[in-house]
Design a protein around this ligand. Structure first.
Ligand code: GDP
Length: 596
């Protein structure tokens, strides 16, 4: 207890919203709300600095004190081991074999992380493919003296923290880049604290050694002060002078990685349970969801069914970091996979399950648990916000706006703000950004009792589910004046009943046939739910809607059918549209009017 009777809590120099919630025994949404009431927009994986965290803590009845690095380490030592390490601990020790070390590069901004990653990539990319890698998938492998090393190619703390926040921290070794002309800076200290808390050994790359104002001894002193005593001073931190820009010292640095790796037990069971961490994921227009996974145990194979958070799917194709198609990937291998039904979050643990059916069952069970929790949180539909506004309880309509391109955002925000003039209610645009409606948007909306409005975008499946359980309204438009009209009506209390859309199933187009007299027919298989002859249809390519309308025919074999269930194949014509392609997704939905 402090003098004023508050509980004392020790916090690091920066902390994610998720960790802060955990340490203060609050829900992440509570923390996000307090941050917002203080003018800070944050999502669950975002880092807030100590001062901000202290304000939140104080509103939750705690007095915050700065945690020292030693305390962070102590906490990690007594705290939980990353999930993947626990999972490996479950493997039969006799079956564990060495795997390449996974290295991540941290350091203060502008100290040369990106340049160093590029220098390593160019000098040592495994096996002599001239030209090296043209694409970045978030990780790559290099070879040094016949030893493979895996580098996580997402410098910066956000990715690292997101991974740590999920207990999935994937790196075995941290290379801490410190510019020899600038020395230890706030983010250097933060990186040290993170690496220590995760119990990951640090190798220092003393960068920019070519600069005339480089002062290595001064920086080594600073490092020692921060608990990283250089080995030449009888400490146990390897400090390697490098110039990322001139590609000097790279071999020495890789040598240090191999040395450090040898002293650690970096093992996995290539024949064991298959799991790992999602490094990054995105939607590609043509290929659908592309996810980079780091295999941490077992051997991932093309055709396996993978589950990661609330995304799942069968691996349709798998590529190595050079973009070469591969069929198998063992421990420490980064791969890019095609076939997930939705974008998983970075840092999420993935694992292989026996079937898509099992994956769905796992996700459904988790969601029903989450829904139970969410049922107790207040709802934020447009009509309720409006009635509260009318009752004088709330004089503000809060909006989160998503649009396909930056160019649309500004006019939308401006036109919406213009509506305020004729109304007693203020319009507060909390957040506007390009991109599909994501889970983060819904979380923000839920925390702030806001509505999410999308223009020419769709809502990710995970976002839709969260919106449903949190009772958040997502309204999607493709015509600006309709959107403006709706908000205007909401302000005036004359909004028509909302038409609620329910997705009833999705199917993949696997083949396109040209049949004389009939025209182009899409042949496909229903991957979840069912598709119905009389339901609405939207065609998705790379996660984006490219057409919507209706079926003009739906057949199973030769028969006309009213519906086709999950797992079954079908042939279909779309009314007035035949520009579909293999790989497109047919989504069926029904519209129901819900009254206010
Ligand atoms: P990051 O923010 O840590 O990723 O840093 P960058 O890799 O973007 O580097 C920041 C700036 O420092 C760039 O202008 C680089 O060209 C420069 N830089 C990086 N490494 C070196 C180096 O070894 N020597 C010199 N002189 N400049 C470097």
């Amino acid at each position: 207890m402090s003098d004023n009777g508050q509980n004392v809590i020790e916090l690091p120099g920066s902390i994610t919203v998720r960790d802060l919630a955990q340490r203060t025994s609050a829900s992440p949404i509570q923390v996000i709300k307090i941050l917002m009431s203080n003018g800070v927009m944050a999502n669950i994986n975002q880092l807030v600095d100590f001062d901000t965290a202290a304000i939140v803590a104080s509103e939750l009845g705690f007095e915050a004190r700065a945690e020292t690095i030693e305390e962070a380490v102590e906490e990690a030592e007594t705290g939980e081991i990353p999930l993947w390490r626990q999972l490996i601990a479950d493997e039969d020790p006799a079956k564990l074999t060495n795997r390449p070390p996974v290295v991540t590069i941290l350091g203060h901004v502008d100290h040369g992380k990106t340049t160093l990653l590029d220098a390593i990539r160019h000098t040592n990319v495994a096996s002599g493919e001239a030209g090296g890698i043209t694409q970045h998938i978030g990780a790559y492998q290099v070879e040094h003296q016949n030893q493979l090393i895996t580098f996580l190619d997402t410098p910066g703390h956000a990715a690292f923290t997101a991974m740590r926040a999920r207990g999935a921290q994937g790196a075995d070794i941290v290379i801490l880049v410190v510019a020899a002309d600038d020395g230890v800076m706030p983010q250097t200290r933060e990186a040290i604290a993170h690496a220590r808390a995760a119990r990951v050994p640090i190798i220092v790359a003393l960068n920019k050694i070519d600069r005339p104002d480089a002062n290595p001894d001064f920086v080594k002193n600073q490092l020692a002060e921060n608990g990283l005593v250089p080995d030449e001073w009888d400490g146990d931190t390897i400090v390697v002078p490098v110039s990322a820009k001139q590609k000097q010292g790279i071999e020495d640095l890789l040598e240090a990685v191999n040395l450090t790796a040898e002293s650690l037990s970096i093992k996995a069971n290539p024949d064991g349970k298959v799991f790992g961490t999602v490094i990054e994921a995105r939607v590609d227009r043509a290929k659908g969801v592309l996810a980079t996974l780091l295999v941490q145990n077992g051997t991932l194979q093309s055709g396996d069914t993978v589950i990661a958070g609330s995304s799942y799917g069968r691996i349709k194709a798998m590529f190595d970091f050079r973009g070469k198609r591969i069929r198998k990937a063992g421990p420490s291998t980064p791969v890019q996979i095609m076939g997930l039904n939705d974008v998983p979050a970075a840092g999420e643990i993935f694992r292989v399950v026996p079937s898509e059916k099992e994956a769905r069952a796992i996700i459904e069970e988790r969601q029903s648990r989450e829904a139970q929790v969410a049922a107790q949180t207040p709802r934020a539909t447009l009509e309720e916000l409006f009635s509260r506004a009318q009752a004088g309880e709330d004089k503000e309509l809060r909006l989160i706006i998503k649009a396909d391109v930056q160019g649309s955002l500004e006019p939308i925000v401006k036109s919406l703000k213009d509506l305020e003039k004729d109304s007693e209610i203020t319009i507060n645009v909390l957040h506007n950004e390009t991109g599909n409606v994501s889970e983060n948007d819904v979380m923000l909306a839920s925390a702030s009792q806001a509505i999410v409005i999308g223009f020419n975008v769709t809502a990710d499946a995970a976002a839709r589910r969260l919106a449903e359980s949190e009772g958040v309204s997502i309204r999607l438009y493709d015509i600006i004046y309709r959107m403006i009209e709706d908000v205007e009506k909401a302000l005036k209390g004359m909004l028509e009943p909302e038409v609620k859309e329910t997705v009833i199933g999705q199917a993949n187009i696997l083949a396109v046939f040209n049949i004389s007299k009939v025209g182009k027919v899409a042949g496909g298989r229903v991957v979840n739910g069912e598709i119905r002859r009389n339901a609405k249809v939207r065609l998705l390519r790379g996660g984006k809607e490219i057409w919507h309308g209706e079926f003009s025919s739906l057949k199973h074999g030769k028969d006309d059918v009213r519906e086709v269930r999950q797992g079954f194949e079908f042939g279909a014509n779309l009314r007035g549209y035949d520009d579909f392609e293999v790989g497109d997704v047919i989504e069926c939905y029904i519209l129901e009017k819900t009254s206010f």
